[in-house]
Design a binder for this molecule. Structure first.
Ligand SMILES: [Zn+2]
Length: 264
């Protein structure tokens, strides 16, 4: 298989990526956006390309990657796929996300959300595009996966962010770091990581992400006995020394109280 063209579409309501993978006669989308507007932008792009959509893949069990999928698929009977663990976690947690994330997004929250079907094998072919799939267990979310076109093109979901603060409220830090270590030890020197948030990048992102997770856990541990408001402010200050800026800062800030509770 010749390496397909890979286009990143960056959400404007929520800063999250969908990837459009395109060959001469097929399009496959990886991750389905959070909001109605961002999902419609993906659908419009597919319509402009004038090629059949062969499928939509979800990398992990967070709503910014699946909630918009129904809006993209809309009326198309094509495979909508995830690993069994990701599909089960989405079906299990969607009612909670509906209650928590729905009100945050208002009219941008997709009222109708479809859940992916579990894949039956570790290799998936959609049109003329073939993926190898790795179930990596819980990490950044309750269920994560990596979809590879080959050893140099990896769709890693939110296991890796690039230049953005991260969501760490699902509390699987040790497992997440183990996945990053495993990737660092095994992927090609010139592999490209197609990340869930931020620009795709090389393997150097793995060490940066690991350091970010470690710094967050250290910071929350150091400040865990302070009052919640003070604690959040202190952790945000620590993390912004490591990663200046406000890109997805709210996701990191939302993660402080849950981790503090977990650390006791
Ligand atoms: Zn995400």
């Amino acid at each position: 298989m010749q390496t397909p063209n890979i286009l990143r579409i960056r959400g404007t309501v929520m800063d999250v990526n969908s990837y459009v993978i395109e060959t001469a006669d097929s399009i496959v989308v990886v991750d389905g956006m959070l909001t109605v507007s961002d999902a419609r932008a993906v659908r419009s792009h597919i319509a402009e390309r004038g090629k059949p959509l062969r499928g939509l893949i979800v990398t992990h069990a967070h709503p910014d990657h699946y909630a918009g999928a129904n809006e993209i698929l809309h009326g198309r009977d094509v495979p909508y796929l995830a690993t069994a663990a990701v599909a089960a976690a989405i079906a299990r947690d969607d009612a909670i996300k509906d209650r928590v994330v729905g009100p945050m997004m208002g009219t941008e929250w997709p009222i109708e959300r479809r859940f992916p079907t579990a894949i039956a094998a570790a290799t998936v072919t959609l049109g003329d595009i073939t993926f190898t799939v790795r179930d990596v267990g819980p990490g950044e979310s309750p269920a994560d996966s990596i979809w590879l076109l080959d050893n140099r093109h990896l769709f890693v979901g939110d296991l890796v962010y690039n230049g953005m603060h991260a969501y760490l409220a699902d509390g699987q830090h040790a497992a997440w770091i183990a996945i990053l270590d495993q990737l660092a030890a095994t992927i090609d020197r010139d592999a490209m990581l197609y990340v869930g948030h931020g620009e795709p990048g090389g393997r150097a992102l793995l060490a940066v992400q690991k350091r970010y997770i470690q710094a967050f856990v250290e910071s929350v541990a150091a400040h865990r006995h302070r009052a919640p408001d003070e604690r959040r402010a202190a952790v945000v200050a620590d993390m912004q020394r490591l990663l200046p800026g406000d890109n997805l800062r709210f996701l990191m800030e939302l993660s402080v109280d849950p981790l503090a509770a977990q650390l006791g």
